[in-house]
Design a binder for this molecule. Structure first.
Ligand code: ADP
Ligand code: MG
Length: 230
């Protein structure tokens, strides 16, 4: 089966610095959920920025769901990502003046494919996800800026999951949650992903989350340049 993520001879350095990512070969099978760990500053967010197309590798190949990203035009890449990938960023970029619900709906706005994946009207799915993630109806209609950081993280998760993307990439999405909320959030995230057939790559430095995931990877073990974990 085609891998959800396949990286080959992938290398990236920030200007004036030593390579921070140097991966010979790494793949994530479709349908798996993977916890990627690494010390702070080891390059986890940098790796995700390459997968998200925010940064471009110096060289090497990024294949997502069998498609070689470097062979697509910038426009084709944007479309591919909108159709197939949900992201939850460390600094979740919600639109502050839009309601929680409207922020979730942004997740499918640019993808016909993800709109077609819905089995009920989009607003109902958005409200359902937010309710399951613990946001009351009144909170769902509040501007994102008026929500707590933990609530905003949950809105970011619902936005990434709506319309069943094939791949979900999450960068420390539980940093603002206490232990009980964190566990409930991760369980639900994985439950929704499994129901949708979504492959999950989840980055954290919180080892308490390990039991929830099928596979565990240390960035140190896949990247030749990462420093040994402390
Ligand atoms: N925009 C940037 N410009 C220059 N250097 C950066 C930038 N972002 C991250 N770095 C550097 O890359 C290294 C890895 O950072 P990062 O990928 O954020 O690590 P992690 O997510 O594992 O904590 C750090 O040394 C950091 O200073
Ligand atoms: Mg990071």
């Amino acid at each position: 089966m085609t891998a959800a993520i396949e990286l080959t001879k992938l290398r990236f350095s920030w200007p004036g610095a030593q390579p921070i990512i140097d991966i010979d070969h790494w793949q994530v099978p479709q349908g798996s959920n993977v916890l990627l760990r690494g010390a702070s500053g080891s390059g986890k967010s940098t790796l995700l920025s390459l997968l998200a197309g925010i940064n471009t590798p110096e060289y090497g190949s990024i294949r997502l769901l069998g498609t070689e990203m470097q062979k697509l035009s910038a426009r084709q890449r944007d479309k591919f990502r909108a159709d197939h990938i949900g992201y939850i960023f460390q600094q979740f970029n919600l639109l502050p003046y839009l309601s929680a619900l409207d922020n979730v709906l942004l997740g499918i706005k640019f993808s016909k494919r993800r709109q077609q994946n819905l089995s009920e009207p989009a607003a109902e799915t958005a409200a359902d996800y937010l309710s399951r993630l613990g946001l009351l109806p009144a909170q769902q209609n509040q501007p994102a800026a008026e929500l707590s950081v933990g609530q905003q993280q949950r809105v970011g998760a619902a936005r990434a999951l709506i319309g069943s993307p094939q791949l979900l990439i999450a960068d420390e999405p539980t940093s603002a949650l206490d232990a009980d909320h964190r566990d409930a959030f991760v369980k639900l995230l994985l439950e929704l992903s499994e129901a949708n057939g979504t492959t999950v790559l989840f980055v954290t430095h919180d080892s308490a989350l390990a039991p929830f995931f099928d596979r565990h990877v240390e960035l140190y073990d896949i990247s030749r340049t990462s420093e040994e974990p402390v």
